[in-house]
Design a protein around this ligand. Structure first.
Ligand SMILES: *Cc1c(COP(=O)(O)O)cnc(C)c1O
Length: 451
């Protein structure tokens, strides 16, 4: 089928995620037919550089021979069997490989299929843990999370999120949480310096934890970078402080590395950079190299042990999905982890990070750029109507969306978050292509806003 009939069928039947559908139907969105290395190719034969890592999950590029071969090998064995009452080979091997690479103490791997379910499982595990732990503390049913947080779309993961739009639409379905201020400094109350705001965030963090400690089931955080909030980078030491306070007050720490994991911040996991070992760790997106849906929630022995006991005691974790531990996805994940070593992907991620910071300096003075934020290979360029007042563009102007369209016209795919232009090259992308990504995005910003 050619582009035209495919496009009308798409308009007739496919409901796209997070997409204003009426507008989508009027736009000639590319229909991707193939991938090749770090490029995507559409049904009209146009090639695009994949500047969003196919929404933050691709690591080594597309059609990577080693991952393709691993999936084919597994396909010759079996595509899917269940982990309910059975085991399968790749899920065992992958669990071992993840535990070896994860922060110390995370020894048990609970599989699911996407980032939201990785978080959902972590929330339920933390909640049930307190009910079953030996010392049976008083009711622990509150979760603490950050303003602006994004942990996924299932009801539990939206509950611990802090994006106002989603809370206004689904508010009455969500459970109550306690929010602490995000420590990112760009949008802060008038009259406060960046240092004041960081200090305020730390004081509020401590006050909240101390005040509610007996009721807190867990503290949930995206480590170092709040991604969907617009690549909000935390000041150094914040995550470390969260770990110290949660440990001191016996509060499990859930670290959501769904976006930051697998090299995006320059280390395999972001928590390594502040020597943090969480009690629960959520992984997805990059886990399979961006090939297949898979997620893992890793937990410590201490938490896991509260779920043991006689079957009749009912301490089981009553949770799990049909495709949990899918062998094809686990085989892809194992191949991806091997490639990190054979291709020295973390070294490349560092090289990309350095090149990006050099290139970003070129546009730092642009009158419509309020702030440029970067952690490793993750970049957010916040566009504003006026630099000094930080006044945003009217939402109806959809400036971020227009810059993304202009970027696409120039042959590069990106996906903004509101008016924050997000650059998310795959950690294995060659530095020359990262240069092309930067130049193209800068030119597209000029296309829309002038130089
Ligand atoms: C994307 C994301 C999720 C949700 O993952 P899905 O696979 O889209 O369900 C959760 N947490 C973070 C930090 C994310 O970036």
């Amino acid at each position: 089928m050619t582009s035209t009939p495919l496009r009308s069928l798409d308009a007739a039947h496919v409901w796209h995620p997070f997409t204003p559908m009426r507008e989508h139907a009027g736009e000639a969105t590319p229909i991707i037919a193939a991938g090749e290395g770090f490029h995507l190719i559409d049904t009209d034969g146009r090639r695009y550089l994949d500047g969003s890592s196919s929404l933050w999950c691709n690591i080594h590029g597309h059609r990577v021979p080693a991952i393709d071969a691993a999936i084919r090998r597994q396909l010759d064995q079996v595509a899917h069997t269940t982990l309910l009452g059975l085991c399968n080979v790749p899920s065992i091997e992958l669990a071992k490989a993840l535990v070896e690479r994860a922060p110390a103490g995370l020894t048990r791997v609970f599989y699911s299929d996407n980032g939201s379910t990785a978080v959902e499982a972590a929330l339920k595990i933390a909640y049930q843990y307190h009910r079953q732990r030996a010392d049976r503390p008083a009711k622990r049913d509150l979760f603490v999370c950050l303003d602006g947080a994004y942990h996924g779309d299932t009801i539990g993961s939206v509950s611990v999120g802090g994006i106002d739009l989603f809370h206004s639409v689904y508010g009455s379905l969500l459970f109550a949480t306690i929010k602490v201020p995000a420590p990112a400094v760009y949008r802060r109350p008038a009259g406060m310096s960046a240092a004041d705001w960081t200090a305020h965030a730390l004081v509020e963090l401590q006050r909240t934890i101390v005040e509610h400690r007996g009721r807190i089931a867990a503290f949930v955080i995206e480590p170092l970078v709040q991604c969907a909030a617009g690549i909000l980078v935390h000041p150094p030491g914040y995550l470390r402080r969260v770990r110290e306070l949660t440990a001191e007050h016996d509060i499990p720490l859930i670290v959501d590395e769904v976006a930051t994991g697998f090299g995006r911040t320059g280390t395999l996991f972001a928590c390594e950079q502040e020597q943090v070992a969480p009690d629960l760790l959520c992984l997805s997106k990059g886990i399979t190299g961006g090939y297949l849906p898979l997620a893992a929630t890793l937990v410590t022995d201490r938490i896991y042990e509260a779920f043991l006991g006689e079957p009749a005691e009912g301490n089981t974790f009553f949770h799990g999905h049909t495709y949990t531990g899918n062998p094809l996805a686990c085989a892809a994940a194992l191949a991806s982890l091997e490639l990190f070593e054979t291709n020295r992907v973390l070294e490349n991620a560092q090289a990309i990070a350095n090149r990006l910071s050099e290139r970003l300096a070129e546009i730092a003075a642009h009158r419509n750029i309020g702030e440029i934020r970067q952690k490793g290979t993750m970049v957010g360029i916040e566009l504003v109507a006026e630099r000094r007042s930080q006044a945003p563009f009217p939402a109806a102007e959809r400036v971020g969306h227009r810059v993304a369209l202009a970027t696409r016209e120039r042959g590069v795919i990106i996906r903004p978050v509101g008016d924050v232009i997000v650059l998310m090259p795959a950690p294995a992308m060659p530095v020359e292509l990262v240069d092309e990504l930067s130049s193209t995005v800068f030119a597209a910003i000029d296309d829309v806003l002038g130089g």
